[in-house]
Design a protein around this ligand. Structure first.
Ligand code: SAM
Ligand code: SF4
Length: 454
C-alpha cells in the first residue's frame, strides 16, 4: 500500500499512566493493521479519543468534545471513543453523537483488529461486553512513545470496589499476565535500548501469576536483574496487598527505584471503612514502618488522598492531617471527593458541601507543600544520579528525574557536553523547591549506586 493510500489515525489520551500506555498499545495494533499514526486531527482519517472517568464531569467533557468533532465528519473522518467513559456510557454515545463509529472499553482492546474491519465496512463497532474476561491485552505491537521509559501492564482491571471509584465498573475484573510474558516484554524493551521499565496496574501489587511461578516481589526482583536494566518502577500499590517482601526486594536489588506510591485516601479508620478500603490507619502505618525500616535505601513515599468523602467530619479530616505529619510524604495527589455513577458512595448521606471540600483541600495542600519544602531541602549538597528526560532551552536547563522520582533540573557547566535524553548523569543539588530540585551536572560520570544510600 502506498503512503497516500494508507489510512491514518490520531489518538488523544486523558487520564492515568495506564490509559497512556493503553494508547501506546492501541496505536501499535493500528500500525500492525496498516494504519499510520499522525500528529493532528486534521491529518487523520480515524480519530481515537481515549477517555478517563475517574473524577469531575468527565462524561460531559467527552460529549462536548465529540460535538466539536462533528464538523470533521463532513471531511470523511471517523471517530472512536475508547477507555473508561466509553465503557461507562456505552451505546448512549452513539445516541448522543451519531457520528461516532466505534465505542470500546479497555477489556475489549484485544478485539480491535476485528472492530477496525467492521468500521471500514461502514458499520458500527462496539466492545463493551468483555469486563468478565480472563484475558489481557497483549500485543507485540506497542508504539512506544516515551523515549526514556518502557511501560508494561502486568495486571488489568480492579476487584476492590472502593465505595467512591468507577474503575471496577469500567476496567473489568482483575486479571494478570503470566510472569513469563512480562519478562519477555521487558527483555524486548531492553533490547530496544530503553533502560527504565515501569510495571503498571490499577493495583500492581495485587498481581498473581496465572501459572503461579512468581509472586509480585519475585517478578519485580527478576525484572530488576535483566541484562541492560538500570531502573525499575511500579505503580500503583494497594496497601491491602503491600508486603514486607516488596520492601525487601526494593532494598536488595539495586535497580529497583527507592520510591513507593502507596495511596492511603484517608487518615481516619472510620472513613477508610466507609470507603471499603479494607485496612485501618494502624495497618497502613505498619506498612509505612516496613518501608522506613529498609536497611540499604532511603525509600521515598508518596500517596493519594481524597478529602470530603460523604460523612467525613472535621475531626476525621484532622486525622488525615495528622497522618501527613506522621508519614512526611515526598508527594501527595490530593482530590476532592467526586460523586461517580454506579458507585455506592453516591447513595451515602451527609455529602460535604463543595466549599468545605475546597477548604479542606487547600489546608491539606498548604501543609503538604511545607513538608515537601523541608524534605526536598535535605537533598541540597547531595550528588544524585539523574536520568535525562528533556530540555528547557528558555532556562538553559536539562530536566531529569532521580531514582526517588523527584524532578531534578540542572545546568551543564561550560566546556561539558550536554547529555542526551535517557542518559544518566551525576548531578550536585544546589537548590530545592517543594516540587523539584535544581542542580549542576558533576564533572564526570561517577560510579554511584542507582539509589540514595541511607
Ligand atoms: N488503585 C489505586 C488505589 O486504590 O490506591 C488508585 C487508582 S485511582 C485510578 C487514582 C486515584 O484517584 C485514587 O487513589 C483516588 O485517590 C482518586 N479517586 C478515585 N475515585 C475518586 C473519586 N470518586 N473522587 C475523588 N478522587 C477519586
Ligand atoms: Fe478504584 Fe479502589 Fe480499585 Fe483503586 S482499588 S482502582 S481506588 S476501586
Amino acid at each position: 500500500m502506498s503512503s497516500r493510500e494508507q489510512k491514518t489515525f490520531f489518538i488523544e489520551t486523558f487520564g492515568c499512566q495506564m490509559n497512556f500506555h493503553d494508547s501506546e498499545k492501541v496505536a501499535g495494533s493500528l500500525v500492525s493493521q496498516g494504519y499510520r499514526q499522525v500528529d493532528s486531527v486534521e491529518d487523520a482519517d480515524l480519530i481515537f479519543y481515549n477517555t478517563c472517568s475517574i473524577r469531575d464531569k468527565a462524561e460531559q467533557k467527552v460529549f462536548h468534545r465529540l460535538a466539536e468533532f462533528k464538523r470533521l465528519q463532513k471531511l470523511g473522518k471517523k471517530f472512536a471513543v475508547i477507555g473508561c467513559v466509553a465503557q461507562q456510557e456505552g451505546e448512549r454515545i452513539f445516541e448522543r453523537a451519531p457520528h461516532v463509529s466505534l465505542v470500546a472499553g479497555s477489556a475489549s482492546y484485544r478485539n480491535l483488529p476485528e472492530m477496525l474491519v467492521q468500521i471500514e465496512r461502514g458499520e458500527r463497532a462496539t466492545g463493551l461486553d468483555d469486563r468478565n474476561t480472563e484475558e489481557t491485552f497483549e500485543t507485540e505491537f506497542t508504539a512506544r512513545t516515551n523515549p526514556h521509559r518502557g511501560y508494561i501492564t502486568i495486571i488489568e482491571g480492579c476487584d476492590k470496589f472502593c465505595a467512591y471509584c468507577v474503575v471496577p465498573y469500567t476496567r473489568g475484573r482483575e486479571r494478570s499476565r503470566t510472569s513469563e510474558s512480562v519478562l519477555e516484554e521487558a527483555r524486548r524493551i531492553l533490547d530496544g535500548g530503553l533502560t527504565e521499565i515501569q510495571l503498571l496496574g490499577q493495583n500492581v501489587n495485587s498481581y498473581r501469576d496465572p501459572l503461579g511461578k512468581r509472586s509480585f516481589a519475585e517478578l519485580l526482583a527478576e525484572v530488576g536483574q535483566l541484562p541492560g536494566i538500570r531502573r525499575v518502577r511500579f505503580t500503583t500499590s494497594h496497601p491491602r496487598h503491600f508486603t514486607r517482601e516488596i520492601v525487601d526486594a526494593i532494598d536488595s536489588v539495586p535497580t529497583l527505584c527507592d520510591h513507593v506510591h502507596l495511596p492511603v485516601q484517608s487518615g481516619s479508620s472510620r472513613v477508610l471503612s466507609a470507603m471499603a478500603r479494607e485496612y485501618t490507619r494502624e495497618q497502613y502505618l505498619e506498612r509505612i514502618a516496613w518501608v522506613r525500616a529498609a536497611k540499604h535505601k532511603s525509600i521515598s513515599l508518596t500517596t493519594d488522598i481524597i478529602v470530603g468523602f460523604p460523612g467525613e467530619t472535621c475531626e476525621e479530616f484532622e486525622e488525615t492531617m495528622s497522618l501527613l505529619e506522621e508519614v512526611q510524604y515526598d508527594g501527595v495527589f490530593s482530590f476532592k471527593y467526586s460523586p461517580r455513577p454506579n458507585t455506592p458512595a453516591l447513595a451515602m448521606e451527609n455529602a460535604i458541601p463543595e466549599e468545605e471540600k475546597i477548604r479542606r483541600l487547600a489546608i491539606l495542600n498548604d501543609r503538604q507543600r511545607e513538608i515537601q519544602r523541608v524534605n526536598y531541602t535535605r537533598h541540597i549538597g547531595q550528588l544524585l544520579e539523574v536520568m535525562v528526560e528533556g530540555f528547557q532551552p528558555a532556562r538553559d536547563q536539562v530536566t531529569g528525574r532521580t531514582s526517588q522520582n523527584k524532578t531534578l533540573n540542572f545546568t551543564v557547566p561550560e566546556g561539558m557536553t550536554a547529555p542526551k535524553i535517557a542518559e544518566y548523569r551525576q548531578v550536585r543539588v544546589v537548590r530545592a523547591h517543594p516540587n523539584s530540585l535544581v542542580g549542576e551536572m558533576a564533572a564526570a560520570p561517577e560510579a554511584q549506586p542507582a539509589y540514595s544510600v541511607v
